[in-house]
Write a protein that binds this ligand. Structure first.
Ligand code: DC
Length: 235
């Protein structure tokens, strides 16, 4: 059972994906975290994410030691054996991530990793939840359940702002709501307009607008779709 959840930043897809995975006994793969970790590798290696040479990208990817591990608190991501789950949530990484996500070799490698990971998880647990931007369109166009989550720009910026306040108090303490709103606008623009795997709705996707519904309802909608799809009792 492959469950693909796509949508823009702050649409509520991570929280929903986590809760759905928990209910079903699956893990949830945060594919955005993978692009963020590649961005961190770019930063640490001093490689610019703005039109880098093919050779530089190749070199960086050849040496990239990326690892996703699943535990009681969800997915943790490692770069060179170091847990960077917290380090990839800064504004700088967020900005660079949306640029590296437009590089063809990076996407190719990530898609390959995501399919491999999902294959292992499906075998081990019977299913997996993946969330990102291109899961239902590119990574798993034949996913059993495809969901596209969205919410108003204001609402999404508000969620990101609160998340930043909570998580990155020291790192990004003087970020204003307006900063977050304009970051989100710029990032949406890049995610939607990039040539390669832009954010768009997959065929046969279930659309959920989370502006006015709560997490419980969002999760119930996805679980209902999973039950309809499964030809055996699932939860
Ligand atoms: O979901 P997020 O904010 O953590 O994602 C970080 C960046 O990675 C964002 O700019 C979109 C990009 N991304 C992508 O291009 N494809 C995915 N499957 C997931 C994320």
């Amino acid at each position: 059972m492959i469950i693909a959840i796509d949508g823009p930043a702050g649409s509520g897809k991570s929280t929903t994906a986590r809760a759905v995975a928990e209910q079903l006994g699956y893990v949830y793969v945060d594919t955005g975290a993978m692009y963020r970790t590649v961005a961190l590798a770019f930063i640490r290696n001093g490689v610019s994410a703005e039109s880098p040479s093919a050779g530089k990208v190749r070199g960086l990817l050849a040496n990239l030691r990326l690892d996703m591990r699943f535990g009681p608190d969800g997915m943790r991501i490692f770069l060179d054996d170091q847990d960077v789950t917290g380090d990839i949530r800064t504004r700088q990484v967020t900005e660079v991530a949306s640029r590296v996500a437009a590089i063809p070799q990076v996407r190719e490698r990530m898609v390959q990793e995501q399919r491999r990971l999902a294959g292992i998880q499906e075998k081990e647990r019977g299913g997996v939840v993946l969330e990102g931007r291109d899961i239902g369109t590119i990574v798993f166009p034949d996913a059993d359940v495809k969901v596209f989550m969205d919410a108003s720009e204001e609402m999404r910026a508000r969620r990101r702002y609160e998340e930043l306040q909570g998580k990155d108090k020291e790192k990004d303490s003087n970020v204003s709501f307006q900063d977050v709103l304009s970051d989100i606008r710029a990032r949406d623009e890049r995610d939607v307009s990039r040539r390669l795997s832009p954010l768009r709705k997959a065929e046969g996707t279930i659309e959920i607008d989370t502006s006015n519904i709560n997490l419980h309802e969002q999760v119930a909608m996805v679980i209902r779709a999973v039950r309809e799809r499964a030809n055996r009792p699932i939860v």
